[in-house]
Design a protein around this ligand. Structure first.
Ligand SMILES: Nc1ncnc2c1ncn2[C@@H]1O[C@H](COP(=O)(O)OP(=O)(O)OP(=O)(O)O)[C@@H](O)[C@H]1O
Ligand SMILES: [Mg+2]
Length: 266
């Protein structure tokens, strides 16, 4: 019988140091986290607290020297097909069309296995999923910022990963586009049933999207608090319950700074 995986992602005693100008800088300190299959996780924390570093370690792009990360029962030691990544900036190739940018994400391992026809079908399905039908041949510069991020999301999903890692995917978007994209990512999550780990600066975004919000302390990042958001979806940003969760997170977020104006946020 196949072993049941209870926690899809296990982060065990992970610390990280970088050397900058021959000085060691502690970036992450003793992170321990468990995420279940299909959960929507949001990670918030101040700029420079190590959010992108943690995501890169989960994706296998950044070496893990202290502690370990286990995804789907396997320790992460290199980039794997189990995770897809959407980066902080959209990272599209300006000279490639939407469909070519998405197809580019197919790994060599996947490429060898797929015929041209099945590749085309896969790309077309993803284009439909992210709502870009009719823009297959467009170049990135012919798309709005939100549309470019849709392409990045499709590319992150191309190898059918178990986990999608998203690093501030909507950080550069205007307020209205951001709200639309938040609804889009929820729709994709509900359709695809992937585990999502999304890093954001935006506390409202975290409360709107997350089943759990992980609040990291400022550098070196450590887990300050895990907040469960038990609000039914679609969440009402103007409700009292939403404001109560938002307040809880703000309180944790600004504990270091001892901000007195917290009452503004409730
Ligand atoms: N490759 C690297 N070499 C040296 N230092 C690095 C490297 N990558 C990140 N750092 C350092 O690690 C710290 C955390 O960086 P990281 O990008 O993970 O922060 P972040 O929380 O994602 O910040 P932001 O919210 O601004 O994106 C920073 O102090 C940064 O200077
Ligand atoms: Mg970052």
């Amino acid at each position: 019988m196949e072993k049941e995986i209870i926690n899809q992602i296990e982060i065990r005693s992970v610390s990280k140091q970088f050397t900058i100008d021959r000085k060691k800088v502690d970036v992450l300190n003793d992170i321990d986290l468990d995420f279940k299959q299909g959960e929507f996780i949001c990670i918030v924390g101040a700029s420079g607290c190590g959010k992108s570093t943690l995501l890169r370690m989960m994706s296998g792009l950044e070496p893990i020297e202290t502690g370990k990360i286990i995804i789907g029962g396997e320790e992460v030691t290199a980039p794997t097909l189990k995770t897809g990544m959407v980066f902080q900036e959209s990272r599209l190739f300006p000279w490639l069309s939407v469909e070519k940018n998405i197809e580019f994400g197919i790994t060599t391992a996947g490429k060898n296995k797929k015929s041209a026809e099945s590749k085309k079908e896969l790309v077309n399905n993803l284009i439909r999923l992210v709502g870009l039908k009719g823009f297959e041949k467009a170049l990135p510069k012919q798309l709005s910022g939100g549309m470019q991020q849709r392409v990045s999301i499709a590319r992150g999903l191309i190898n059918n990963p178990e986990v999608l890692l998203l690093d501030e995917p909507f950080g550069a978007l205007d307020a209205i586009t951001k709200i639309n994209m938040q609804n889009e990512i929820l729709r994709i999550w509900e359709t695809e049933k992937k585990t999502m780990v999304l890093v954001t600066h935006d506390i409202d975004e975290a409360v709107y999207l997350g089943d759990k919000v992980i609040v990291l302390s400022s550098r070196p990042g450590s887990v300050r608090k895990i907040i469960h958001v038990d609000l039914p979806r679609e969440r009402d940003r103007n409700s009292h319950d939403f404001a109560a969760v938002r307040y809880k997170i703000y309180k944790e977020f600004f504990k270091d700074a001892k901000i007195k104006e917290l009452e503004y946020y409730i």
